[in-house]
Ligand binder design. Structure first.
Ligand code: 6PG
Length: 245
């Protein structure tokens, strides 16, 4: 399926557009099925998106009580650590909207046995997220993009890229020297709506490669392998991330 690409003139306008896109996907899924299963990302880019989603004019339009929140990846730090993705989402979004705590599922990426924790998180996803043909189908997976083309914690030249069976894995990522836990492509590509939110000139090369029609260009950028089997692929960008000035 071709990607839907939205380019806004500024990072602020892009965050506003991305927040509105996320809210609309959540609303429409709850209208259709009575609930919505989302997986959110971390990093620095989405903070403004989350703040707008929790802000006036948008927060009150979302039936948060019917939303189930998971995480597409997590760093190997405690939940109260400044680099923790769950902490970021909590401070910018979950502390401000009424998602029941029982419906928020942080990824435990700082425990001793990471492989076992990844398997447990996969079992949790399998148990709670409605499946199609044995694979859980998220309604929305929000994704960022690293300069070298990673998304979630699917970094170039790491074993998780080749995973075809497991839905959640843990791996050491040499380029950052840290362990990460992450969704794999089989889980991501089962999604109804994959939404990339990317801003800033430092991402322009990766965006260009990921969106290239040339498979050679795309080959070294893991984010290019986000190709929902039956779902939508949406990019919300600012003009700088799309190579503009
Ligand atoms: C993470 C994210 C990751 C992020 C990219 C971009 O845990 O870091 O889930 O995939 O989206 O690294 O990060 P920035 O938004 O900070 O550039």
């Amino acid at each position: 399926m071709a990607a839907e690409i939205v380019v806004e003139p500024t990072p602020e306008a892009a965050a506003k557009r991305a927040a509105a896109t996320v809210a609309e996907i959540i609303r429409s899924r709850i209208d259709e099925s009575g609930e919505c299963f989302v997986a959110l990302c971390g990093g620095t880019t989405p903070a403004e998106l989350y703040r707008r989603l929790a802000g006036p004019g948008l927060a009150e339009t979302v039936p948060w009580e019917q939303v189930h929140v998971f995480f597409g990846d997590e760093r190997d730090v405690p939940q109260d650590h400044v680099e923790n993705n769950y902490r970021l989402v909590t401070k910018t979004l979950l502390d401000h909207v009424p998602v029941p705590l029982s419906q928020v599922h942080p990824m435990p990426a700082d425990c001793r046995d990471l492989a076992a924790a990844a398997e447990q998180y996969e079992n949790l996803v399998r148990r709670l997220v409605p499946a199609d043909d044995d694979t859980p189908v998220f309604d929305l997976i929000l994704l960022g993009l690293g300069r070298e083309g990673h998304t979630a914690s699917l970094f170039p030249d790491t074993p998780a890229l080749a995973e075809t069976r497991r839905l959640v894995v843990a791996q050491f990522v040499p380029v950052i020297g840290r362990n990460r836990m992450t969704f794999t492509f089989p889980l991501i590509n089962a999604v109804r709506n994959a939404v990339f939110f990317v801003t800033g000139p430092d991402k322009a090369r990766a965006v260009d490669a990921v969106l290239s029609a040339d498979p050679q260009q795309r080959a070294h950028y893991p984010a290019a392998r986000v190709q929902p089997t039956a779902g939508k692929l949406i990019f919300v960008l600012d003009v700088l991330a799309r190579g503009g000035v």
